[in-house]
Design a binder for this molecule. Structure first.
Ligand SMILES: C[S@@+](CC[C@H](N)C(=O)[O-])C[C@H]1O[C@@H](n2cnc3c(N)ncnc32)[C@H](O)[C@@H]1O
Length: 454
């Protein structure tokens, strides 16, 4: 058998000439692929091999021999250590081009689609856009800190200076660190199963400046009392809702089902364009509101509705897209599996005076099968699944329903490409447009819209 052209812990020099769909640079030695984070296409680099598999390797950047003109100084003090952002070293306009290129490559290679992807719609100010942070908790010498785990490890990275959150969230993170450190709070330790506080979730409404906090614990006891909550409310009157979520299972990584409202309102209220949205702690809501508004407007533009259409919004969440569409269609059917999001969707319809949206709580897969028997003609099907994309059963259901148009909203180009391959395989649907919208600046995550016509 031929020996691999690269070996673990050895250095190699090569030209970077492309990107993986996770935003890592790609270089080659004798046609053997090497993935390297933190580099830019066109750069010549020296890399130490950190992982060598049969068909590819991964490397750590050791030296930039020829630097790209698009390289910039990252804003974040812990950028090279954290791993939460992958593209801060690239000037923003180039990040947008790169995302378009990644989508085009995925569609060609995985999806067998030969299409020119539209230029990515970026943000004017691509910083501090995140309205939600899910923080790990760390305790060292009694001092509690909120942060993240370094990508691929359990190394703790503090979050208080994160450049993706608003200054308000950062101030709140510092405040919680100071105040929780003065309480009888113990931090959960996954290896021993000891301690109590597991995570802290902070959600922020950009339209109202209001905040929701969830403390995730293992036990009922929080380690702080009402005085802590009263002081929090005095210092941060913007905090309108505080929850506790209890998960007694020491091994569980998922959220517990048990949410207890400790103080304030059950929901946070935010807005997208002219519409109001109530959001409960578990419900999906886009993390970048400014770009979500553009995305929803683009869905409307591609849908080109006259007011007489039947629309299905599958994977509808809190009805963020359904409500935009319902104003211009005859009837919208929304489908959502998560009970709390479906409940929020119903409340949101009432809040926005929408009476032509019918909501079903359950899985898209089962619902589409039942729907087929109704025989109603569907003009538009909106598909906005999680990163894993649609199941085969869901794709089969969509094809059997034969909507005239499909608008697929995707947060993962590889699964989008796979699903588009299936939807276009028999020639019933043609892919007309693909538009990336940068929902996650500075990171390698990519959101895009694909528009198909029967
Ligand atoms: C990416 S979010 C989209 C939400 C919404 N379209 C929006 O713009 O806010 C995906 C949603 O699909 C829901 N979901 C996941 N799998 C599902 C399934 N098999 N059937 C129905 N809903 C599902 C999730 O709970 C989540 O709310």
């Amino acid at each position: 058998m031929k020996d691999k052209p690269v070996h673990l812990e050895e250095d190699y020099e090569f030209l970077v000439n492309g990107y993986s769909h996770q935003g890592e640079g790609i270089g080659r030695m004798d046609n053997f692929t090497i993935f390297v984070p933190g580099v830019i296409s066109g750069e010549r680099v020296r890399v130490k091999i950190s992982e060598a598999k049969k068909n590819f390797a991964r490397g750590r950047l050791e030296e930039i021999i020829l630097s790209s003109p698009f390289r910039v100084e990252p804003r974040c003090p812990v950028y090279n250590f954290c791993g939460g952002c992958q593209l801060q070293h690239i000037v923003y306009e180039k990040q947008l081009e790169m995302k378009k290129e990644i989508v085009e490559n995925a569609l060609g290679r995985i999806g067998k689609q030969n299409i020119k992807v539209l230029p990515t719609i970026g943000m004017k100010d691509p910083w501090r856009y995140r309205n939600k942070g899910y923080f790990q908790v760390n305790q060292e010498k009694g001092r509690i800190r909120l942060g993240f785990y370094k990508a691929g490890s359990y190394d703790f990275v503090p979050a208080a200076e994160c450049v993706l959150f608003s200054m308000q969230i950062n101030r709140l993170v510092s405040y919680l660190e100071d105040q929780l450190s003065l309480q009888k709070v113990t931090v959960y330790h996954s290896k021993t199963g000891g301690g109590n506080l597991r995570n802290v979730l902070i959600r922020e409404s950009r339209s109202r400046g209001e905040i929701m906090i969830v403390f995730f614990t293992k036990e009922d006891n929080l380690g702080f009392d009402q005085n802590f909550l009263n002081d929090l409310a005095k210092t941060f009157p913007q905090v309108v809702s505080v929850y506790q979520n209890i998960n007694r299972n020491p091994k569980a990584v998922l959220l517990g089902k048990d949410f207890r409202l400790l103080k304030g309102e059950p929901d946070l209220e935010d807005a997208l364009g002219p519409f109001r949205f109530k959001i409960s702690p578990q419900s999906f809501f886009q993390v970048n509101v400014a770009q979500a508004e553009i995305l929803n407007e683009k869905v409307l533009e591609y849908a080109n509705l006259s007011g007489e259409e039947i629309v299905i919004d599958s994977y509808c969440g809190t009805a963020a897209i359904s409500i935009y569409v319902a104003k211009q269609a005859e009837k919208v059917y929304g489908i959502e599996v998560e009970k709390s999001a479906a409940r929020d969707a119903i409340i949101n319809c009432e809040l926005n005076g929408i009476s032509n949206l019918k909501l079903f709580t359950g899985k898209v897969e089962g619902w589409l099968y039942k729907w087929r028997r109704s025989g109603e003609e569907v003009h538009l099907m909106i598909v906005d699944p999680p990163r894993r994309g649609c199941s085969l059963k869901a794709l089969q259901g969509i094809i059997k329903i034969k909507p005239r148009k499909i608008i697929y909203v995707s947060c993962h180009p590889a699964t989008l490409a796979r699903d588009l391959k299936y939807l276009t395989k028999d020639g019933d649907y043609k892919l007309k447009k693909v538009l990336p919208i940068d929902m996650f600046p500075q990171t390698s995550h990519i959101e895009c819209l694909a528009y198909l016509k029967r």
